[in-house]
Design a protein around this ligand. Structure first.
Ligand SMILES: *Cc1c(COP(=O)(O)O)cnc(C)c1O
Length: 343
């Protein structure tokens, strides 16, 4: 029988709502949100819109649904969007834009820092010619793979998009992590984008939900698409209350996750068989010497340390969050130490 996970570094989606968040959910004032009667979800949408400096917001069941309704708000059948090969909205969402939106992706290689080269973007924008799909949108992601793209880069890339008449979307599933790392308000990061998708169920620790923010007409369109996709919910204030609780209590503490990730990375880097990428935020990537990778992975699992690994356990991903504190990091480093002792 496998050891139960005691310290779960697999993802920042594994957090469980604590008693105070559950109490907020239990006492939420609710109504039928398809009739726009739920005051709590309306408050969440308005709070996030204001925080991001946008006119309106719409609650969605997931980040995937949020990106999809955004893409469908910007692009019609036969249009295309420019996006990174590594972007969630391209690689990890089941081809939803193509399947459900008839929108063609134009993926570009991400550079090592996660950005798309401005020249690559410029060259990918198609001229108005009946041979081509209509290039309509530039979709960027911040953070991407835990890496933070600079505000200067975002300004330059979105300015380029606008010069060519493209709309802009930010997949900001972890935009609060980006804002924390940059020491900037999320409104500053959101300013160059027409729409921003924000996850409540990653580092913020809510059980469910994303919110898409943008102009009133775009969000009205997104709300319509959400209904078509089966995402119109009823007494959703129960979920929105968790999001509001998270915004109030779990944003400032993201800095702790970043500090814990750094401590974890520094500790792991002391073992010569591990090649550790120093984290910008809460995600640590480790490359393990192939000769010991499977054994190391099994050792961590036996010690109750949960991580994500791939390629024969050579590539590891460790994510810090609300439910793994500094003591969990120390336990994980102890487990690594006991493995490498004498090797
Ligand atoms: C997790 C994630 C999403 C999707 O969120 P789900 O709620 O899992 O659908 C979208 N974009 C990025 C960058 C993410 O990390």
């Amino acid at each position: 029988m496998s050891t139960p996970i005691q310290h779960d570094f697999r993802s920042d989606t594994v957090t469980r709502p604590g008693p105070a968040m559950r109490a907020a959910m239990a006492s939420a004032e609710v109504g039928d949100d398809v009739f726009r009667d739920d005051p709590t979800v309306t408050r969440l949408e308005e709070t996030l819109a204001e925080r991001f400096g946008k006119d309106a917001g719409v609650f969605l069941t997931s980040g995937t649904q949020s990106n999809l309704v955004a893409l469908m708000a910007h692009c019609g059948r036969g249009d295309e969007f420019i996006v990174g090969q590594q972007a969630h909205a391209y690689k990890w969402e089941g081809g939803g834009a193509a399947v459900l939106g008839s929108i063609q992706p134009q993926p570009l290689n991400n550079q090592a820092d996660g950005s798309l080269a401005l020249q690559d973007i410029e060259e990918a924008i198609k001229p108005d010619d009946s041979h081509f799909a209509r290039t309509r949108l530039l979709a960027l992601e911040n953070t991407i793979g835990g890496k933070v793209l600079s505000h200067e880069y975002m300004e330059a890339a979105t300015a380029l998009a606008r010069r060519h008449g493209l709309a802009t979307h930010l997949d900001g599933a972890r935009v609060f992590n980006a804002a924390t790392a940059l020491g900037m308000p999320v409104a500053t990061l959101a300013r160059p984008f027409d729409t921003v998708s924000v996850c409540l169920s990653k580092g913020l620790g809510a059980p469910v939900g994303s919110v898409l923010v943008g102009s009133a007409p775009l969000i009205a369109k997104a709300r319509r698409t959400r209904k078509m996709l089966g995402g119109g919910l009823r007494q959703v204030g129960i979920l929105a209350a968790a999001g509001l609780y998270a915004l109030e209590h779990h944003v400032a503490r993201l800095a702790d996750d970043h500090a814990n990730a750094k401590a974890l990375a520094e500790g792991l880097a002391s073992f010569s068989q591990l090649k550790v990428t120093m984290p910008d935020t809460n995600i640590v990537f480790v490359e393990v010497d192939g000769a010991i990778a499977e054994d190391f992975s099994a050792h961590l699992a036996a010690r109750g340390i949960g991580i994500t690994s791939a390629y024969g356990a050579i590539k590891q991903r460790w994510v810090t969050h609300l439910d793994v504190d500094r003591a969990a990091v120390e336990d994980a480093l102890d487990a690594a130490k006991s493995f490498f002792a004498g090797r």
